[in-house]
Write a protein that binds this ligand. Structure first.
Ligand code: 9D3
Length: 254
């Protein structure tokens, strides 16, 4: 997949994508990431990319022309069509479902705003989709773009190794549940022991325990996810078992 990022801080995205899974994907040619700076397409000695908002008020607005010229250069660099996605607090919140759809594209262009945002006419004429990464206030679109790059890169064929793929499948499979707890050495520690079942070698019992923990934690921490999870009879029985264990635990504590 080819991703072009338009940003006043293109090195920021490059750094975010230099390590780990995404860095490895770039080394293997599975991701081609390019940064573009609208300042390189601004006119005049000052190369202005922003100006004061009509109507007054605080902050600055990113100008149409440097962004338009920059996007034209981005398009000209590759003949394949590419949607322009504007990272913005007004966008639809990013989901794994949308990420899976975007990951199928051969190419996309990510547009990052700074200051109060971008002149609405540029958005109306050049942007195909607006995406937010959640209901909190960032200083600009760059972290949003880095998140989107990470999420869609992990979904490219050949990016994850077998172990990483298996872990991904169990989380985002048909039922999106929270992950179970994980333990490694040492098996006994002043902060507690590893649950006995995980050391039993009984793979069926281990799988059952993990499912029980996933269901239970989802119920405790993100109950709204269970509505969409489509639990079967076996899952509902496991969740009842978890609830009973919780109640027992409370009785023992008094
Ligand atoms: C304090 C500024 N706000 C005035 C009411 C508006 C505002 C403008 C620009 C808030 C945030 C931003 C910059 N944010 C992004 O560019 C952004 C973002 C975000 O803030 N939250 C979640 N997802 C995203 S994607 C891009």
């Amino acid at each position: 997949m080819r991703i072009d990022v338009v940003s006043l801080f293109p090195e920021f995205i490059a750094q975010c994508a230099a390590f780990g899974v995404v860095g490895r994907a770039q080394e293997r040619g599975l991701l081609e990431l390019n940064g573009w700076n609208p300042r390189d397409h601004a006119q005049g000695n000052y190369r202005r990319v922003d100006d004061r908002p009509f109507g007054g008020g605080p902050g600055m607005v990113m100008l149409i022309e440097p962004l338009r010229a920059c996007l034209a250069a981005v398009r000209a660099a590759d003949s394949r069509p590419a949607p322009v996605i504007y990272l913005s607090p007004q966008g639809r919140p990013l989901t794994q479902v949308r990420a899976r759809e975007l990951a199928q594209l051969p190419r996309m262009v990510l547009l990052c705003g700074r200051y109060e945002g971008i002149d609405e006419r540029l958005i109306a004429n050049e942007v195909d989709e607006e995406i937010s990464i959640g209901d909190y206030v960032l200083s600009g679109g760059e972290l949003g773009a880095a998140v989107l790059v990470d999420v869609v890169t992990r979904l490219q064929d050949g990016v994850l190794n077998d172990a990483e793929s298996a872990a991904q499948d169990s989380f985002e499979g048909p039922q999106g549940l929270l992950d179970c707890p994980h333990y490694s050495h040492p098996s006994t520690h002043e902060w507690g022991d590893v649950p006995e079942v995980l050391r039993s070698g009984n793979h069926a019992a281990i799988a059952r325990w993990r499912r029980l923990q996933s269901l239970g934690r989802t119920w405790l921490r993100r109950p709204e996810l269970l509505d969409e999870a489509g639990l079967d009879r076996a899952d509902r029985a496991l969740l009842d078992e978890f609830r009973r264990q919780q109640l027992d635990g409370q009785h023992k504590k008094g």
